[in-house]
Every structure is written in structure tokens, then in C-alpha cells.
Ligand binder design. Structure first.
Ligand code: ADP
Length: 321
């Protein structure tokens, strides 16, 4: 009897912890007697046939590494029916019967389209943005938050020495979660996120409130989805005369060794994804939700909207005043 063959790919933006998920898929699959293949560069590699068999040792020494050993790509061709038809053909050439897609919501849309064509496919949320519904935390989010918190501490030292304000722009596309969690953990005076309409006046008021009671620094966390960091710095200087610097953290937030939390969650999700394929499930995302490993239909995930962590926002405002 032929062994069942499955494949794994990473797609969209990379995130620390993707390697731990790949390792879990490969080793769980082999443990259960499956043949496991790796696809390079996401859907692009699926179309082009950049596919190879993975052994136990092919994923050795990667659990602690950021990025993705399978590499990732954005594939405009795959977003077309013709591109997906090519991917489907390539999967049958390589005898792939089940696919694990590690990525964000764009990758899940592609995965749902593949499932609609009859492919057995399961998704794992891998993105630093934490913007996926039915998912407590996406893989990479915890590492990114820790990176930002470390940056806040460093910037706080120099900001205090000079009695300045500093606007730190952090990633997260349209989601303010990295800003909220890092802002709370880093004790930022203001957190400006796309989900809340904040004014420069409010930011200035909080800076002045802190100064009046002897605070030496003011840290403003600004989510990239809001934008306008330099304009805000100028507005603060114009309004209250406090020297304000801007730090754009950029891609440092996407790299680095994953935290233990991300490695553990990625390992559990990778293993569960393989089990779902063995159970014959398809078109489902596996995620940690309400502290349990659960799975949800892609349709449900892709039509829902992730709730705003309002209580984190309110708490950060109360505690930093
Ligand atoms: P992420 O998965 O991190 O959200 P993207 O949005 O860039 O990243 O999506 C990754 C890839 O998934 C895209 O390059 C494309 O190939 C595929 N994809 C994205 N959106 C769709 C869609 N609506 N339909 C089909 N495929 C899509």
C-alpha cells in the first residue's frame, strides 16, 4: 500500500516560529508513517514544482531560528484561477494528497480556493500581526512583541537622559495588537492604533501630565497602520515644545530567535495539522483559541473580524498615566 503523501509550505510574510511549525509537521508526519514534502517559496514553489522530500534530519537545528527554512513569497499568479490550476497539476505530479499552509489571511484565502478544487488543505496562522479571528495568538506575535519591548527599554534610557519624547512606529499592518501588547508591557505613555481615533491633543496632554509629575521620558507607540510618525513629532513640538524623535523599528520585528511561547505553540499546531489531515479534514485552520488547540472552517475564519483588545488598551492608558 502506498504511504499517504503530504506537503508543507510557508506563505506571505515570514514570522519567527514558522520553522518550529515546519519541524513539527515533518516529524509528526514521519512518526505516523507519512511521506512529507517541503515546498519552497510558498505558492510560487507549488506552481513551479520546487518540491522535495523531507527527512527527520532535514528539520534538525531549526527550532530556534527565525525566518523560514522553506522560504516564502508573494505569488500574484496563484491568486488567478490559471495559477491555481498549475499548482493543482504540480501537486498531482508529486503525488501530494494533503497540504499544510503556514501563513496569514491572504495565504488562507489561497488555501480555501485550493480546497474548493478538491485539495485536502489545513492552515496554521503564522504572522507577527496577530490579525486572525478565532486565534488567541498567531505564530510570531509573541516574539515580535518581545522585540518591541526590548527596543522600548533601550529607547527609554536615551529618551530619559535627554528629557525627550520618542515616537516608536511598530508593525502590524491594519492590526494594532503589537502596539497594544508591547505598549502595555513597555509602559508606553501613549498607544496610537488604527482601531481607535486618537488625537495629537490627547498625546500632548499625556506627555504634559507625565512631565508635570516629574517623568523624564515619553514613549508613544504608533502602529504602522496609522502612519504619519514624522508629522506627529512635528505637531507635538509645535504644540508643546517637547523635542520629539521618531524610531521606525521596521523589519527587526520580523526576525530573531522565536520565544519559547512561539516555539511551543508552533509545535502543537504543526502536530495537530498533520492529525487533521490524517482524519480526512480539509479547509480548516488549526489555532490556539481560548487556550485550547482547536480547528475552524476557513470560511468562518475569513468572514469573521478579529475583535479589538479594548481591555488591553484601556489598561495601558490607566497604568501609564
Ligand atoms: P499573508 O498570508 O501573510 O496574509 P499575503 O496576503 O501576501 O500574505 O498572501 C500570500 C499569498 O496568498 C499571495 O501571494 C497569494 O498567492 C495568495 N493569496 C492572497 N490573497 C488571495 C486571494 N484572495 N485568493 C487567492 N490567493 C490569495
Amino acid at each position: 500500500m502506498n504511504r499517504k503523501s503530504i506537503a508543507v509550505l510557508t506563505s506571505g510574510g515570514d514570522a519567527p516560529g514558522m520553522n518550529a511549525a515546519i519541524r513539527a509537521v515533518v516529524r509528526t508526519g514521519i512518526f505516523h508513517g507519512l511521506k512529507v514534502m517541503g515546498v519552497k517559496k510558498g505558492y510560487e514553489g507549488l506552481i513551479k514544482g520546487e518540491i522535495f522530500e523531507m527527512s527527520l534530519s532535514s528539520v534538525a537545528d531549526i527550532i530556534h531560528r527565525g525566518g523560514t527554512m522553506l522560504q516564502t513569497a508573494r505569488s500574484p499568479e496563484f491568486a488567478t484561477p490559471q495559477g491555481r490550476e498549475k499548482a493543482l497539476n504540480m501537486m498531482s505530479v508529486f503525488g501530494i494528497q494533503g497540504l499544510v499552509v503556514i501563513g496569514g489571511d491572504g495565504s488562507f484565502r489561497g488555501a480555501r480556493d485550493l480546497a474548493a478544487m478538491g485539495v485536502q488543505v489545513v492552515g496554521i496562522p503564522g504572522t507577527i500581526d496577530n490579525d486572525i479571528p478565532f486565534c488567541d495568538y498567531t505564530i510570531g506575535f509573541d516574539t515580535a512583541v518581545n522585540t518591541v519591548v526590548e527596543a522600548i527599554s533601550r529607547i527609554r534610557d536615551t529618551t530619559s537622559s535627554h528629557n525627550r519624547a520618542n515616537i516608536i512606529e511598530v508593525m502590524g499592518r491594519n492590526s494594532g495588537d503589537i502596539s497594544l501588547y508591547a505598549g502595555l508591557a513597555g509602559g508606553a505613555e501613549s498607544i496610537v492604533v488604527p482601531e481607535v481615533n486618537a488625537s495629537v491633543e490627547d498625546v500632548c496632554k499625556r506627555i504634559m501630565h507625565g512631565r508635570n509629575r516629574g517623568k523624564l521620558h515619553s514613549i508613544i507607540i504608533l502602529a504602522e497602520g496609522v502612519g504619519g510618525a514624522f508629522e506627529m513629532a512635528k505637531a507635538i513640538e509645535d504644540k508643546i515644545g517637547v523635542e520629539t524623535r521618531v524610531t521606525i523599528l521596521g523589519h527587526v520585528q520580523r526576525g530573531g530567535s522565536p520565544t519559547a511561547f512561539d516555539r511551543i505553540m508552533a509545535s502543537r499546531l504543526g502536530a495537530r495539522a498533520v492529525e487533521l489531515l490524517m482524519e480526512g479534514k480539509t479547509s480548516r485552520m488549526v489555532a490556539q483559541y481560548q487556550n485550547q488547540i482547536r480547528d475552524f472552517d476557513f470560511d468562518e475564519v475569513l468572514t469573521a473580524k478579529k475583535g479589538f483588545a479594548g481591555e488591553i488598551y484601556s489598561l495601558a492608558r490607566i497604568l501609564s498615566i
